[in-house]
Ligand binder design. Structure first.
Ligand code: SR1
Length: 322
């Protein structure tokens, strides 16, 4: 790849080798994240090698090892289990490889952390929950512990329940696997049958919300249930807009933009510049009403109507092409 005129080394020459090592790759969010990373890499003349994530901690460690041995100058880690990554990331750092991590706290001062401001994201959508449902209702909650963004959203949910004592959490369920939405739908089905008074579901991951919504349709209860999520994709927009859908609002960043930010952050480190230790991309609240009244049918439409969704200034520098 060609270098960028006027850019600092090594980007003046091009062909900088960077690895993106994923823990999760399936689902709209992670596909869009990878596409954004690839796009920003191309603009920077980076030779980006993407390692697919299969939710396998041992495999992700092995992939980081492979990235180190392949001569990668930078590594982006997307999700993962901190305990299984710390030592192998330290090995990379000790070899002078620049590392950044999205949504996994490696606890290494040399490794900048990229995240979506998950407390704000949860609080945005929970404020919509109160607007639509008041402060007294029975809720279902979809959660799996151990994923940094879900754990941070969980802190917000716990604080919300404390400050809203008449919100009764009747059931909690969740799964993250290679067919998350289907697994969550099966569990939701049982929860809806056991707790017919559930009127609100907080499902802060779009695959969770898709499953919760599918189960509501199957049980014929979509009209008496409201589902609130995180994340957005073109197929999520379609599901939220569907007449009679229980899925009514989400708070989200643009996952492609986070992929871009991740590649820019590692590039700044490679150029000897400081992207900051905490790099945050702020979410926006999106309701069905917004989507319908503004005639938003795709992610591109969303970017046109919500400029904050289109791009982020995080980890930016004048020499980095958009
Ligand atoms: C299993 S963790 C899923 C979350 O990771 C990203 O932060 C997305 O927002 C998604 O909700």
């Amino acid at each position: 790849a060609a270098g960028i005129a006027g850019a600092p080394a090594p980007f003046d020459k091009g062909g900088v080798r960077v690895a993106l090592v994923n823990y999760l790759s399936s689902g709209d969010f992670f596909q869009a994240y990878e596409a954004g990373a690839q796009q920003q890499a191309k603009a920077l003349g980076i030779d980006l090698r993407i390692f697919e994530g299969r939710q396998n901690a041992a495999e992700q460690r092995e992939q980081i090892q492979q990235a180190i041995n392949s001569g990668a100058k930078g590594i982006v880690i997307n999700h993962g289990l901190p305990e299984s990554l710390k030592d192998v990331v330290q090995q990379a750092v000790d070899k002078g490889i620049k590392v950044v991590a999205f949504d996994v706290d490696i606890g290494n001062p040399k490794v900048p952390q990229i995240e979506q401001s998950d407390h704000a994201l949860a609080n945005l959508v929970l404020s919509q929950v109160v607007k639509d449902n008041g402060t007294a209702f029975s809720a279902g909650y979809v959660y799996v512990a151990g994923f940094a963004p879900l754990d941070r959203r969980n802190e917000a949910w716990k604080a919300f329940k404390t400050s809203h004592p008449e919100v009764r959490e009747k059931a909690q369920w969740g799964a993250v696997d290679d067919q998350t939405a289907a697994s969550v739908a099966n569990q939701a089905n049982a929860a809806y049958r056991a707790h017919p008074d559930i009127s609100v579901v907080f499902a802060p991951y779009d695959e969770f919300a898709r499953g919760a919504s599918l189960a509501a349709d199957e049980a014929g209860i979509a009209s008496k249930l409201k589902i609130y999520s995180a994340d957005i994709s073109t197929s999520d927009i379609e599901a939220i807009r569907k007449p009679g859908s229980a899925w009514v609002a989400t708070a989200a960043t643009n996952p492609a933009v986070i992929g871009e930010v991740s590649v820019r952050a590692v590039s700044l480190l490679l150029a000897g510049q400081d992207p900051g230790h905490h790099i945050v991309v702020e979410p926006v609240l999106i309701t069905r009403n917004d989507l319908v009244s503004k005639d938003i049918k795709t992610i591109d439409d969303l970017g046109r109507k919500f400029p904050a969704f289109r791009a982020s200034n995080a980890a930016q520098a004048a020499w980095i092409p958009q």
